[in-house]
Ligand binder design. Structure first.
Ligand code: AMO
Length: 442
């Protein structure tokens, strides 16, 4: 295989012979001249083929003219020709005068989706939907984002782990749990690496991270829930409180947003009309009770007083933070113990509150983090209080019985971050292949 020239790199070449590959976006098959717009993952270029005529001026059916006439939108081709810089060409100021055209595969002419197709229809034909430039950019941004997180983790001595996704019990709550047959017993799909990332602390790993799948049997059809999503998890030992987890979280997001802005900021502006802003540290922090009070003063009452912030409340507090501090992120802290899992550490002296937070970005939750309870007696009490049978927690409790440092961490939905960064209306737009209650294909 010879090295392929990406279309975006053509403009840096001098006029002369080139060969490029891609798929056909449009064909204008005119009598005297044929135009093809060819696209690859990096951009598009115009191909031109002036048609030959005989002595009487009758157009001849020669090559590559005949092949061009047979081209349908979406066909994959490799072309050779003469690259020419010409300022008059609207598409990038270059064109390729065709010498040869090899049709690799001809596409069925009727494309099943169009730009105005419904989201669901586009999901049915996801591989065609993804040929669009904006979609392509989303996944390049995802790559840069993850790479920057990994660079941070690796430079700071974190260990990357791949924890099992088949489990003997629930990892978050018995609701939203997928059960699978496992030989002559049952297994459950991991809702989070929660227990195993805590185990790494007892194993003496100090600092760990994982980017991997998480499953939730959530039957809802909201724009921010999927039944399978990529979870970004990190857990660290020897913390004083959830403040240390938030500081790590800030560092990671600053590193990742810096990388995305540097590499894709201009393209994001051009294609999505969105400015990628690198957040400043420290991110604003507001205790949850105070946040509810603020939105109430601004005319919105969160439905149930003892409950979590609802989506409208999240939007309202984010709008307040944006206006007051000019920040797109806010940590809501000190959640009530009643709405947090048993493994969250509670405040010293006030067991009704936890050392925990949710991170809101552009109006929606992207993450939950906390200091974990590491004292076995307190942990068992908290589990019992939540109606959990310590027996069922099995070896999870052993991690604490055999010694564990103070620790904490967070879980963050990758698609949530991308959706909010790019101001997309649905998590489906930024998930390569979305899984929901009624979607298992493609
Ligand atoms: P939590 O359940 O809040 O916490 O999940 C953490 C983050 O994961 C993302 N997320 C989802 N994304 C898409 N679809 C879903 N159905 C979905 N559910 C969750 C969100 C959410 O903020 N173990 C804890 C984390 C921890 O304490 O370390 C946990 O899983 O972005």
């Amino acid at each position: 295989m010879t090295a392929r020239i990406l279309i975006k790199n053509l403009s840096a070449l001098d006029d002369g012979p080139v060969s490029v590959s891609g798929w056909v976006e449009t064909v204008r098959d005119q009598k005297k001249v044929q135009f093809v717009v060819l696209r690859d993952e990096s951009g598009a270029v115009q191909l031109v083929n002036p048609r030959n005529s005989d002595a009487d001026g009758v157009v001849i059916a020669d090559e590559p003219a005949t092949s061009i006439s047979s081209l349908s939108q979406g066909s994959f081709v490799t072309v050779t020709g003469q690259l020419k810089h010409d300022e008059r060409v609207k598409l990038g100021g270059i064109e390729i005068k065709l010498a040869g055209l090899e049709i690799v595969t001809l596409a069925i002419p009727e494309t099943p989706i169009a730009a105005d197709s419904s989201l669901d229809k586009r999901m049915d034909w996801r591989f065609l939907d993804l040929r669009n430039q904006k979609q392509n950019l989303i996944f390049r941004i995802q790559t840069t984002f993850e790479h920057a997180l990994r660079t941070y983790w690796i430079e700071n001595d974190f260990i990357e782990l791949h924890t099992p996704k088949l489990m003997a019990s629930a990892s978050e709550s018995s609701a939203e749990l997928f059960e699978v047959e496992y030989f002559d017993t049952k297994a459950y799909l991991a809702q989070s690496p929660q227990f195993f990332k805590q185990m790494a602390q007892s194993a003496g790993f100090g600092k760990m991270f994982e980017v991997g799948p998480a499953f939730r049997a959530d039957p809802s059809f909201t724009s921010r829930h999927a039944t399978e999503f990529t979870s970004i998890d990190s857990e660290i030992s020897w913390i004083d409180s959830h403040e240390d987890v938030m500081a790590l979280h800030e560092d990671l997001l600053v590193a990742a947003f810096t990388a995305v802005r540097a590499k894709h900021g201009d393209e994001v502006k051009a294609l999505f009309n969105v400015e990628v802003t690198v957040p400043t540290k420290p991110f604003p922090r507001i205790p949850l009770a105070e946040a509810k009070e603020i939105v109430k003063q601004h005319g919105y009452e969160v439905p149930r007083d003892d409950d979590d912030m609802d989506p409208e409340g999240e939007r309202r507090i984010a709008a307040y933070v944006k206006e007051t501090y000019g920040h797109e992120f806010v940590f809501l802290t000190d959640y009530a113990s009643s709405i947090r899992p048993f493994y969250h550490m509670r405040h010293e002296g006030d067991a009704s509150l936890t050392n925990s937070y949710d991170l809101i970005f552009n109006g929606t939750e992207i993450s939950t983090g906390a200091q974990r309870e590491h004292r076995i007696d307190v942990l068992v009490e908290q589990a019992k209080e939540k109606g959990l049978d310590p027996e069922e927690l099995g070896e999870y409790l052993d991690f604490f019985r055999y010694g564990v440092p103070t620790h904490g961490g967070f879980g963050m939905g990758l698609a949530r971050v991308l959706m909010l960064m790019l101001h997309q209306a649905s998590i489906r737009e930024v998930t390569y292949l979305f899984r929901g209650p009624t979607r298992l294909v493609p």
